[in-house]
Design a protein around this ligand. Structure first.
Ligand code: GAP
Length: 535
């Protein structure tokens, strides 16, 4: 599957556009078009329905240690700046960047790979941005540097495999990804990924705030409010969907790494003794969710983080990863992380976050003997009203990206096949095999021809369906072409009113994937579409 074809379909059919395109675009920001907005809304609504509204808190789900409750929140994007100090984002949420003094390009240090190569008696480290074409890009760089033609590429003597720039101590022999001379990359520097902003008109240091880099903190700081305003007991999951912002150094791979994106996060509060069991439960449940919505087993993996990879708050994380087509074969990109955050966040918001290695309860003092970072000082522990036990809950966090999810479903859905047209001639078609629950348009209604009362009947069916589903009416052009337009939009069902409808009230319903057409009575259309969407 070719990423270029998917990107081109997304633009052509209105799934995704580059933000601010008429001004040349803005790197790392994307707009959802008429089909894309429906796809992403459906994805978010499906997540909310499956995770929050329709999970059964009266009985135990398979794999869950006991019944549990779920509820939701919608918190602000700008939070009290102290929250980011206590969460660790202020001090620890950074990537390393390097600049190229020759081209003025900026790169993430860990996203440059390179290979040692020798020619004309000189050995250099030729680099490229990590990705599926990196080896070709390194070769091009090396040929240019040594002033060799493509036909002389055997003169390049490569030494070892490609390795990350982070493993190279001395930059002097490094040829930057787009540079012509050696040693133009700077030493790596820390770069905090939070977007700063200013509150109010004065704009002093005290007015500095940040756009949230994750939705999670809004949940942690409302934990007590939720308990106090409801009758929920633990175990309890609190869910939130919303925008997050990260000033990514090198946004790329379409929407995969953007600077503005949406997250669908659950903070699941439980007893510490049960946290490992809940961690396993959420890992499996979230993986299954993607499979149930049509992502094939072959394209998904669940990968436990190594200790070095763990984020500053995590004592265990598993990523659900997808074989995005822009990655080299056999490589996967993160779709969702399921983290065991322990009691890190609640403790930090009680007493204050210190530094990377310290226990949040081990308060570090400044020269005046005052705590360096102050927490809220509020009691965020939980008292079980049945056992009277008081404890700081542990938290399991399934954190999914709505945009990465949408991108994975688009990649998975993109299919090119050949199908016979009305005259039996084979025609190639592009079809988006999106699961009916997330498909932007659920059904299209067509009159076979624009006469004999067929448009009128079609419009009646269309208006009836519209009350429950996003449907589309189309009477223009050959019916085969209308079908193919809907295939590209991912519409799972097409309903056609034809001559027979006038006699017996039946219509055809065509299945996008199997191309099977069956006849049903027009009065049944709503129930049949509902049944086929929801299984
Ligand atoms: N609260 C935990 C947290 O934010 P994360 O692994 O940094 O964890 C969770 O982010 C998910 O958010 C990722 O798995 C991904 O789907 C999405 N995400 C993170 N950064 C992103 C970016 N720059 N662009 C698009 N999606 C992103």
């Amino acid at each position: 599957m070719d990423m270029e074809n998917i990107v081109s379909l997304c633009k052509r059919r209105g799934f995704l556009f580059q933000s601010s395109e008429i001004y040349g675009g803005i790197n790392g920001f994307w707009d959802y078009g008429p089909l894309g907005v429906e796809l992403k809304r459906n994805l978010k609504e499906t997540w909310w329905r499956d995770m929050v509204l329709c999970h059964d808190d009266m009985s135990t789900l398979p794999g869950a240690p006991e019944p549990f409750s779920m509820t939701g929140l919608d918190t602000t994007i700008i939070l009290h700046p102290q929250i980011w100090k206590c969460s660790g984002h202020f001090d620890l949420f950074h990537d390393y960047m390097v600049d190229c003094r020759e081209t003025n390009k900026r790169y993430r240090h860990d996203q440059i790979n390179g290979r040692w190569v020798e020619a004309k008696g000189q050995k250099i480290f030729a680099t490229a941005q990590a990705g599926d074409t990196e080896l070709a890009a390194m070769e091009k760089q090396a040929l240019k540097f040594f002033n060799l033609r493509n036909k002389n590429k055997d003169d390049l003597k490569w030494d070892g495999d490609a390795v990350c720039l982070t493993s190279i101590d001395n930059n002097e022999l490094v040829l930057g990804p787009e540079a012509k001379t050696l040693g133009t990359l700077t030493e790596p520097r820390e770069f905090n990924l939070m977007f700063p902003t200013t509150i109010g008109a004065l704009g002093g240091e005290d007015d500095r705030a940040f756009l949230r880099p994750e939705t999670a903190q809004g949940i942690f700081v409302n934990f007590k409010n939720v308990l106090d305003s409801t009758r929920f007991r633990l175990p309890l999951g609190i869910a939130q969907i919303g925008k997050s912002f990260r000033n990514e150094i090198t946004p790329r791979n379409f929407t995969f790494r953007s600077r503005e994106f949406e997250q669908m996060e659950i903070e699941f509060f439980c007893h510490p003794d049960q946290s490992q069991e809940w961690y396993k439960f959420w890992r499996d449940r979230r993986l299954q969710w993607y499979k149930d919505l049509g992502i094939s087993d072959d394209h998904l993996i669940l990968r436990e983080h190594t200790p070095e990879e763990l984020a500053h708050y995590s004592i265990g994380t598993a990523d659900i990863e997808y074989a995005f087509p822009f990655l080299p074969p056999g490589e996967y990109g993160e779709l969702e992380g399921i983290a065991h955050r322990g009691d890190f966040d609640l403790r930090s918001h009680m007493v204050g976050k210190l530094d990377e290695n310290s226990d949040p309860l081990d308060v570090q003092l400044d020269e005046d003997g005052k705590p360096k970072w102050k927490g809220s000082g509020k009691d965020l522990t939980y008292r079980d009203d049945l056992t009277n036990e008081k404890y700081t809950p542990h938290v399991i966090e399934p954190s999914a990206g709505a945009d990465r999810g949408a991108l994975a479903f688009l990649c998975e859905a993109y299919t090119e096949d050949e199908q016979p047209d009305e005259k039996g001639k084979m025609q190639s078609r592009t079809v988006m095999k999106l699961h009916p629950r997330i498909a932007p348009i659920k059904a299209a209604v067509f009159p076979l021809v624009k006469k004999d009362g067929m448009p009128e009947i079609s419009k009646e069916i269309y208006l009836d369906l519209k009350k429950n589903f996003n449907v589309f009416y189309d009477e223009k052009g050959a019916v085969g072409r209308r079908y193919r337009r809907q295939d590209e939009a991912g519409t799972p069902f097409c309903i056609t009113v034809d001559g027979q409808t006038l006699d017996d009230g039946t219509v055809t319903i065509r299945d996008r994937d199997t191309l099977e057409q069956s006849r049903i009575h027009r009065d049944e259309v709503r129930d049949v579409v509902h049944e086929r969407i929801n299984g």
